[in-house]
Design a protein around this ligand. Structure first.
Ligand code: SF4
Length: 468
């Protein structure tokens, strides 16, 4: 599984990201701009809570009946002429794609943005097989050019980079000689990518939502690259997380209304693509062969767990934009493909507590994410529940924590020890300078203990005839 994006320890990751002031400014600017647009878009729509309730109900209904809708989708997509392949693991998913591209003698693939292909490690698998993979989404292309940097946000993958950094990457790697004006950089990149669409043997996309009753795959993009990827190459492969499904276009309409407003603060994106089967006899373009690879990769485990609600996610990225921790450490601080509150709720189940227990500590439990999730996932409660499970599992808790809590329990249970300890507490102001507390107090102030202690005040109070 490729949801791990860093080999650094949690502390080292946080130190690295907190020291990157350019990144922090880029993320803060991105958060502020997108949040302002989102708030305006929902204010214009009106009845925000009602929309959220309805969207949550649709996603809940789909998860409760997922087997039915997946079968319905597979039957309809097959009837339309697509090849539908169910895969259980990341390896099965990449093997299915490799089998297709090898059979067709593919040398070059163009891709539009897809988190599930990142999750299963598709690019690495294709490149190992000698196939050149070109990312065609501008953000993903920036990251690929920048030595395969990892996405820091699920909708805006290069949110952590500013325009000057991006100019420098293209100057260094692609010979760009222009300025850092986004339009100029985009024009330059378009010139590079355009010919790749025409040369590629296969186009690879994700799937925002599949429509069960028509067998349609849908794509929401803001750049024209998705259209090229799905029309120019002779073969198209769609990767789809198995929960990304809606019953019909009626529900799709509502979910898209929430997705687009939440993700980019608009009523619609520039392109909505609906792919129902490969090219027909009447069609002027489109792939001759369409393959849809449906990926489980741990989702069944999430479905059966107490964390099922996280599969309602429509991948809008809003919880990250609202999160104060994300603001300071970006997606890279989490060290996981899915960052922010979504990642903290999803990753420990997807990848196991043994690998991802530390990441849940990043959350400040402020619950801001709960208020903005368009499908009302109780992110705060899910993250809190992970922490509870971790705290109660002796193998997951780091050695000093049970020791400290055990010692605290003994102190609090004994009047004599408590009295001695609280007398000593006045020296606590020296502790932050030494020992393990040094790390904790680097960003926090430990208040000085001043004034009269309660038990002394209470003794005096009783002496003076005061009531207990
Ligand atoms: S958890 Fe909610 S807010 Fe976060 S990405 Fe998913 S749908 Fe959007």
């Amino acid at each position: 599984m490729s949801i791990k994006t860093s080999d650094l320890s949690l502390n080292d990751r946080l130190k690295k990201e907190l020291a990157d002031t350019t990144m922090r400014k880029a993320i803060a600017n991105g958060q502020d701009a997108l949040n302002t647009k989102r708030n305006a878009a929902f204010a214009e729509l009106g009845n925000y809570e009602e929309w959220r309730e309805n969207a949550a109900a649709v996603r809940h209904h789909v998860l409760e009946n997922l087997d039915f809708y997946l079968n319905q989708f597979a039957e309809n997509a097959s009837a339309n002429g697509a090849h539908v392949i169910f895969t259980r693991t990341d390896k099965e998913a990449t093997d299915a794609a490799l089998e297709i591209v090898k059979a067709k003698g593919v040398k070059k693939a163009v891709k539009s943005k897809s988190m599930v292909t990142e999750e299963v490690g598709l690019n690495e698998a294709l490149e190992e097989a000698g196939i050149e993979v070109i990312e065609t989404d501008l953000g993903e292309y920036i990251l690929q050019t920048d030595d395969n940097d990892k996405p820091s946000h699920i909708v805006v993958p290069a949110l952590h980079r500013d325009r000057e950094y991006i100019r420098e990457v293209f100057a260094r790697k692609k010979g760009y000689t222009g300025d850092s004006v986004p339009e100029n950089i985009t024009r330059f990149v378009r010139g590079l990518i355009r010919k790749e669409f025409l040369e590629a043997d296969v186009g690879i996309t994700g799937c925002n939502f599949a429509v069960a009753d028509t067998g349609t795959v849908t794509l929401v993009t803001n750049e024209g690259n998705g259209r090229f990827v799905t029309t120019a190459p002779k073969t198209q492969i769609v990767f789809m997380g198995m929960e990304r499904i809606v019953p019909s276009f009626t529900e799709l309409d509502m979910i898209f209304s929430m997705l687009v407003r939440s993700a980019v603060g608009g009523k619609l994106t520039s392109y909505l693509s609906f792919i129902t089967g490969p090219r027909g006899e009447e069609d002027r373009d489109g792939p001759e062969d369409l393959y849809i690879i449906i990926v489980d990769n741990g989702r069944s485990k999430v479905l059966e767990s107490g964390f099922r609600e996280v599969l309602r996610c429509i991948r809008c990225g809003t919880c990250m934009l609202e999160c104060p921790a994300y603001r300071h450490i970006s997606g890279h601080g989490y060290g996981t493909l899915y960052p922010g509150p979504l990642g903290l709720a999803l990753v420990p189940v997807l990848g196991g507590y043994e690998n991802y227990s530390d990441v849940t500590k990043i959350c400040s439990l402020c619950s801001a994410c709960n208020d903005v999730c368009p499908v009302k996932i109780p992110l705060y409660e899910l993250i809190y529940e992970h922490r509870r499970i971790i705290a109660e599992d002796e193998e997951l808790v780091h050695a000093p924590e049970p020791f400290v809590m055990g010692a605290y329990g003994k102190v609090i249970a004994s009047s004599g020890i408590y009295d001695f300890g609280s007398n000593m507490a006045r020296f606590a102001k020296f502790l932050p300078k030494v020992g393990p507390l040094k790390e904790w107090t680097r960003e926090r102030d430990l208040p000085e203990i001043t004034g009269k202690r309660f038990r002394h005040w209470f003794k005096d109070h009783k002496k003076k005839g005061g009531k207990s």
